[in-house]
Write a protein that binds this ligand. Sequence first.
Ligand code: ADP
Ligand code: F6P
Length: 321
Amino acid sequence: MSVKSIAVLTSGGDSQGMNAGVRAVVRSAIYHGLRVFAVQRGYHGLIHDDIREMDIRSVGDIIHRGGTILQTARSKEFMTEEGRQTAAENLRKREIDGLIVIGGDGSYQGANKLSKLGIKTMGLPGTIDNDIPFTDFTIGFDTAVGIVVDAVNKLRDTMTSHERSSVVEVMGRHAGDIALYAGLASGAETILVPEVPFNLDDVAARMKAHFDNGKRHSIIIVAEGVGSGEDIARGITERNGLESRVTVLGHIQRGGSPTHNDRILASRLGDFAVRRLLVGDSGKACGVIKGELVATDFERVVTAKKPFNRELYDLALRLSE
Ligand code: ADP
Ligand code: F6P
């Protein structure tokens, strides 16, 4: 049976570029002659039937906006079999035969289960964390990294004036990619991520050596997955006696206008997901690997872990001596 009508939702933590993804899905679906619906507030809206039909103008003026016009939510009900059955039923009664979920790893777990209930589901990686396997980048990551780099540029000015060190705690739940990419791009001296074990004695000694060797600041980027920036800063000062200041960037990293990279990624992936549904594909997560669009079974994606780029990590350390 060919797909005639699809829906799109955003779920979990929002990310910059989700709106560009929604726009791409809606416009591509209409271009291909499909009816297209939007679900408000992710899986919560699916269970509570908060669904409306979109037209070509419904997604005007959003490509450049952060957040998500569809709102997002974390739904406990959807974690239950009963909740997911209700969600599937709401789609069936409207004769919606395909669903595109834009979200992170948790949202993908949900999409995988929904797809096993017979709903033709496709996923787009919408998270700043870049922790989804089988795609080089996730929608929002590029913007989040840019925000961290901009913050570090500013911190570096004042840290240099005072000859201090700056501990910057960044997001990433269990993943270190924001810290890694922002650290390399901003010339940070230290990058602490959950994927690479570290010893605070070594971190403190290396920082001391840097100051002794003429550096006038030291930037330490801490991924939230390794612990709090406050604890790390205290631990370092106890060991080397050097003064530091802590900045927790928090949700600032998740807002603002998406970069052109995130808009392009979201636009390509949104259109790709619609085209995959049209040719009868489902139960897959869409991504980009080495520039090529790919669709990988949800089951593989939700059971795999994205490999950490150790080469970039070592490069960042070498270049910050
Ligand atoms: P993200 O998608 O950003 O990782 P969450 O982990 O909060 O965000 O997941 C978003 C939503 O996806 C959850 O609120 C829940 O409704 C659904 N979800 C997460 N994990 C599962 C799971 N194991 N089974 C079914 N649904 C899930
Ligand atoms: O997964 C995206 C993310 O922003 C993580 O980096 C962070 O740990 C988490 O979401 C914060 O979630 P919340 O929206 O509950 O504050």
